[in-house]
Design a protein around this ligand. Structure first.
Ligand SMILES: [Fe+2]
Length: 440
């Protein structure tokens, strides 16, 4: 008997129990809760010939874009190769191969070809959406989802996640009203949809509505935080609102609590910690030995060199800690990535954005502010090429404006303060920059 998933797609090598476990793992992945790796590994233990299970396991590990995660993805690839598979499943294996070997662009092409033929393949959509995010591809964050909507209805299992992904894509494309409505729709469909809460959080960040942002995330944390492997990032968004409101005690309480309290060694979590401490550094706050702790946590990945966005955030921690040796080591990794023969997408990210941003952060840390300005000023329009969201890359804008202020570049400070105050009319920080610029 042919076994199918809940959307009518064939699952080779599966029995009914395996299909049920696959749905559970998929549902966990779609909400970023539970332990989808453990769930799918249990399924694979029972049915080692379940080819799509290997693909899901590989995707889950590979989407960490950490060296060890990509190695696990290659192990899944080896297990999947040669198993009986449908055409669709073979396309998944080919995409997994591209992803696991650092050919992210090729992987995206595979997923897109697959999705044109099988628009209800929500696993392909979910992993492609994550890599659109990791590659800073705003257009596809929105439209790769939109191209699938013709095949979906509210009654389909997992529809909430499609809506939540669409919400985030709309937000990254600046369609804030539609994005907010879609994000709220996603969490109304499934109260545990962490990506849906996150999409609305981004809207409130970009619209500069920090009070509304605090209300949104703080009032719903009992739904998005428990058992979520994405929770640190949503806590970080909550801390960002508090920072925008100059509520430093709340920021540090969140940092020491849900953001960093568990001392996670996962890059996804470390990025948020670096990004928050760097914002505090720009504001001149002494964060005590938090930099040292964070730098130590990043050190295990210092030679990783598989994703420049991670490496730049690691570098922030080493600059913050004032650790010359590790700064040099991390910069060398970025430069090596920029010349790599084996990972073409990260090579482009490192070469175009990672290395110059890294050098700018080092310059800032060493008090060479005019140098930091020179390196950052013309980089902002292309910074999306190394991935992340607008809200994450705002750290570059913040570094540039503070570097301009410290360099005594009054005209540039006035220009950048004007830009920021127009974008964020209620921001005390933007107001302070503008006041200072005009006084000068
Ligand atoms: Fe975010």
């Amino acid at each position: 008997m042919t076994i199918q998933d809940a959307r009518g797609l064939v699952l080779s090598g599966a029995d009914a129990a395996t299909a049920e476990r696959f749905e559970t793992a998929l549902a966990e992945f779609q909400c970023y809760v539970g332990n989808p790796v453990g769930t799918i590994e249990a399924a694979l233990q029972a049915r080692p010939d379940f080819v799509l299970g290997h693909a899901l396991r590989g995707y889950l590990y590979g989407s960490s874009v950490e060296g060890p995660g990509l190695a696990e993805a290659r192990a899944s690839l080896a297990a999947a190769r040669g198993l009986p598979a449908t055409d669709r499943e073979r396309q998944h294996v080919a995409a997994l191969e591209a992803m696991a070997t650092g050919h992210f662009d090729d992987a995206e092409r595979q997923w897109e070809a697959l999705l044109v033929a099988y628009p209800r393949d929500v696993l392909a959509l979910q992993i492609a959406h994550l890599f659109d995010f990791l590659r800073g591809d705003a257009r596809n964050l929105r439209d790769r989802v939109a191209r699938r909507l013709h095949a979906w209805s509210k009654a389909d299992p997992g529809y909430h996640a499609v809506v939540g992904m669409h919400a985030f894509g709309l937000e990254e494309m600046g369609e804030y009203d539609r994005a907010e409505a879609r994000g709220r729709e996603a969490v109304a469909l499934n109260a545990r949809d962490g990506w849906g809460y996150h999409a609305v959080a981004h809207v409130l960040e970009m619209r500069n509505q920090p009070e509304e942002g605090v209300a949104w995330l703080a009032s719903s944390s009992d739904r998005w935080a428990p058992d979520s492997f994405f929770r640190v990032h949503n806590w970080w968004h909550l801390a960002l609102y508090h920072l925008e409101l100059d509520q430093l005690d709340n920021v540090l309480a969140l940092y020491d609590g849900p953001i960093r309290g568990e001392r996670s060694a996962v890059a996804l979590d470390l990025i948020d910690a670096s990004a928050m401490l760097w914002r505090l550094l720009l504001r001149g706050h002494d964060v005590g030995d938090r930099w040292r702790e964070l730098a130590d946590a990043w050190t295990g990945a210092i030679e990783d060199g598989v994703y420049a966005f991670n490496d730049v955030h690691a570098l922030m921690a080493f600059v913050g800690a004032g650790d010359r040796a590790r700064i040099e080591q991390q910069l060398a990794t970025l430069k090596r990535s920029a010349q790599s023969d084996t990972n073409p997408d990260n090579r482009a990210m490192a070469r175009g954005v990672g290395v110059p941003v890294g050098e700018a952060l080092i310059a800032f840390g060493q008090g060479r502010y005019a140098d930091a300005v020179d390196r950052l000023q013309h980089l902002r329009p292309i910074a999306h090429r190394f991935g992340g969201s607008h809200a994450q890359r705002d750290v570059l804008d913040l570094t540039l404006i503070e570097a301009a202020r410290r360099a005594g570049d009054r005209n540039l400070l006035a220009a950048l303060a004007s830009e920021r105050a127009v974008c964020r009319p209620r921001s005390p920080l933007a107001g302070r920059y503008l006041t200072q610029a005009l006084a000068a």
